[in-house]
Design a protein. Structure first.
Length: 309
């Protein structure tokens, strides 16, 4: 179900609630051909590595996962990295940490641009591999064999940035848009560690409208695929509801007593997005809001809560 609010001469459609019945919402499918090839390559090469490192977005910890990848890596040891934790709600980071702990999963909340986070990742990764080697009777291999990691995840979750930070050089192509890595490549980190970079792979299908919107907001799905109006309006609504102070400060909101119409009008006024007759330039507002959020200028916001909370 959705509700409509009319902005003078333009209709803005907002999701009414976070959980939309999948029976009422058509499944969303964005799965370019190179992703199918990437999935086949992951299946073919997962046996060559000791550990799969999955990069997710901390603002959508479950939705930025991928059951399709789960099937591809089988029973291989895995470490889930919730990247961009510095952009996520700290209270929800704690709730999600408890959720992952309860499931017995290896995970870390990180900012892959911070050296301290990278040190944590490497230490935990090695400990997981060494524990696995001892379990399988290969304790003596820990000092003799290289540690080999495969890095997987959705597009634009930070895989290439993570690899470049770990390798301390521009080993992987980075851009602020999804789909830049389209082939696998081995990256030598040091004498004892190699990483296998893989292209971002989307789930074959997103069952709920919210998932599509969330992944668009965090830029895992390109704007031209979903459009900018729905994600931007959803985001504005969420920032208003959570009363994020950085959002109010950037757009000079003097109170939280705004609906979507007046909020867009205020943003348009502050950013100079005004058309003829004083009407807001909606397209520019939508682009600017999404861009500011992705650059971390609108404060910390998590779009997804742990199940049963």
């Amino acid at each position: 179900m959705k509700e409509k609010k009319h902005l003078k001469n333009k209709s803005v459609v907002l999701p009414k609630k976070v959980a939309i019945d999948p029976d009422e919402t058509p499944a969303f499918n964005w799965f370019p051909g190179h992703m199918m090839k990437a999935l086949r390559d992951i299946k073919a090469k997962v046996g060559m590595v000791d550990l799969v490192v999955e990069i997710r977005d901390a603002r959508v910890p479950l939705t930025s996962g991928n059951a399709t990848l789960d099937a591809a890596i089988g029973g291989k040891s895995r470490l889930t990295l919730l990247n961009k934790a510095n952009l996520a709600d700290p209270e929800l980071n704690e709730q999600w940490a408890k959720w992952f702990e309860a499931r017995g999963e290896h995970f870390l909340f990180i900012n892959c641009l911070e050296r301290s986070s990278l040190k944590q990742v490497l230490t935990k990764s090695k400990s997981i591999i060494e524990a696995k080697r001892k379990q399988t009777g290969g304790a003596d291999l820990a000092d003799k064999e290289k540690y080999r990691f495969m890095v997987i995840g959705l597009p634009n979750t930070g895989k290439s940035t993570f690899i470049n930070s770990v390798a301390n050089r521009n080993a992987a192509k980075v851009a602020n848009k999804p789909g830049q890595t389209q082939v696998q490549q081995w990256v030598k980190v040091d004498e004892e560690m190699d990483l296998l970079d893989t292209p971002g792979v989307m789930p074959a299908q997103l069952e709920k409208e919210d998932y599509k919107i969330w992944l668009s907001i965090v830029n895992a799905i390109p704007d031209h695929v979903v459009g900018e109006e729905m994600p931007a309006c959803y985001l504005i609504n969420a920032l208003l509801k959570k009363k994020v102070p950085e959002f109010a400060e950037r757009f000079k909101f003097e109170s939280w007593d705004h609906d979507i119409e007046s909020a867009i009008a205020q943003i348009a006024k502050v950013r100079g997005c005004i058309k003829q007759k004083g009407l807001p330039d909606y397209e520019r507002v939508f682009k600017l809001v999404l861009m500011d959020f992705r650059e971390g200028l609108l404060g910390r916001l998590t779009l997804e809560s742990p199940p049963n909370i």
